[in-house]
Each structure stands twice: as C-alpha cells, then as structure tokens.
Design a protein around this ligand. Structure first.
Ligand code: DC
Length: 221
C-alpha cells in the first residue's frame, strides 16, 4: 500500500537538531518510509571499533566496511539497526561511537559504499510505499540531489547539546553537559570540514531558521 508522500524528502543538518525524530514522525504521518543514514555510518563505526581497527587507517576501515551486512529498517514505526544480523540499536548511540563516527564517515570509500546502499534503499522504499523521508548530512547535496523537498534543520550547539544530553539521560546513559557540548562542537567541525561531501545545506534547501538564510549554522558555501 502506498502513502501520501511521493518521492524523497531530504532532511539534513548537524547532530542533535532532532532530524531523526522529525523524519520518523513525518514519515509515519504520511505513510512513507524513513531512512536514518547516520545509523548506517554508526553501524560501520561500531564494527570498526569492535574489530580493533584504527579509525584513522582509511584502507583498513574501507576493507572492513565492504564485508559488513548492514541492516537499517525503513519502517518509521519500527526503527532497527542490525550489524551482521545482531540488533545493535543501543550500542550505536554510545559516546564511544559518537567519538569515532566522524573519522569513519570521512573515509571516501565508506561514503561511496554507503551512498550506493542508501540510493538502493531509497529506490526500493519509494517503489514499495511511494515516498521516503531521509535524514543525514549530504542527502540534499549528494545522495538525493533531485529530492523535491529539502529541509536543513539547525540550532545553536548549546541547544543541540542540551537535547542530546536529555536523550542520553532518558536512555539511562550518564550525561556530562560540558562533555556533550564538546562532542557536538567537535563533530560539527569534523563533519563540515571533511573533503568528501561535507555537511552543508543544499542551495535549494529550506533552512529551519528561514528560507535561503546565510547563517553560518547552515554551513552554506
Ligand atoms: O545523524 P547522526 O548523529 O546519527 O550521524 C552520525 C555521524 O554520521 C555524523 O557525525 C556524521 C555522519 N553522517 C554523515 O557523514 N553523512 C550522513 N548522511 C549521515 C551521517
């Protein structure tokens, strides 16, 4: 059965803005699919850490990523992330993964691999239910540049860190405010300055502050 949405909604922005929550709710309301691309980078990162591979060794990271079976559910009512068949939905949200995910997602071969898989999942989901809401950093610029609706969600690092801290506390993970803020700022810096498809609002994206704003928070070129 197909829902009300036709095609792709691209939802990009830095960490902690609530992209994933918004994407899930929007997809559920429209009877569409939902794809959390950050979860895919987190799955690869967890595998790299568990295998004891150096996150700065791009060749080793890429070789490991190539052999993984990554599974992210596209049903907004039943989000799930599995690595080689094991449910790791909790493990990919830990501070350990937060600290390493920017390095892993900066490896060009990892991005090529995941962008290919993301495009296949998007095509398959659109075919099945008519539309999909995709959240990430490069959806409007690289993964789905033809998406008819692109939204860039942003907020100050302080507001995003407070949100992340509250999420951690609710999930029973101890949250140190200063450490969460430092982690958010570090990821902003790494994600927006990497050479391969950095975090950036697409020129035709609607920014959550205002349309076509030139705020430095949108990392527009
Ligand atoms: O949205 P998130 O915080 O779960 O994303 C985790 C990391 O993955 C983030 O620091 C940057 C990276 N990422 C990316 O490079 N490209 C995407 N499309 C999604 C996430």
């Amino acid at each position: 059965m197909t829902g009300a949405l036709r095609g792709v909604v691209a939802l990009d922005g830095p960490s902690g803005t609530g992209k994933t929550t918004v994407a899930r709710k929007l997809a559920a309301a429209l009877g569409a699919g939902f794809l959390d691309t950050g979860a895919m980078y987190r799955l690869v990162t967890l595998a790299v850490l568990d295998a004891g591979v150096d996150t700065e060794d791009a060749d080793a990271v890429a070789a490991l990523a190539e052999g993984l079976t990554l599974d992210v559910a596209t049903d907004p009512e039943a989000p799930a992330a599995r690595l080689d068949g094991t449910d790791v939905g909790e493990a990919i949200r830990t501070a350990r993964v937060d600290a390493a995910v920017s390095a892993v997602s900066a490896v060009p071969a990892v991005r090529e691999l995941l962008v290919r898989r993301q495009r296949a999942l998007i095509a398959e989901t659109v075919e099945r239910v008519g539309g999909v809401v995709v959240d990430g950093r490069d959806i409007g610029t690289v993964v789905a540049p033809d998406a008819p609706l692109k939204v860039f969600l942003t907020a100050s690092a302080e507001v995003r860190a407070a949100r992340r801290g509250a999420q951690d506390t609710a999930a029973g993970r101890p949250a140190d405010e200063a450490a969460v803020l430092a982690s958010v700022q570090r990821r902003d810096q790494l994600d927006s300055s990497r050479a391969a498809s950095p975090l950036r609002a697409a020129d035709d994206a609607t920014c959550s502050t205002r349309r076509n704003c030139r705020s430095s928070r949108c990392w527009r070129s």
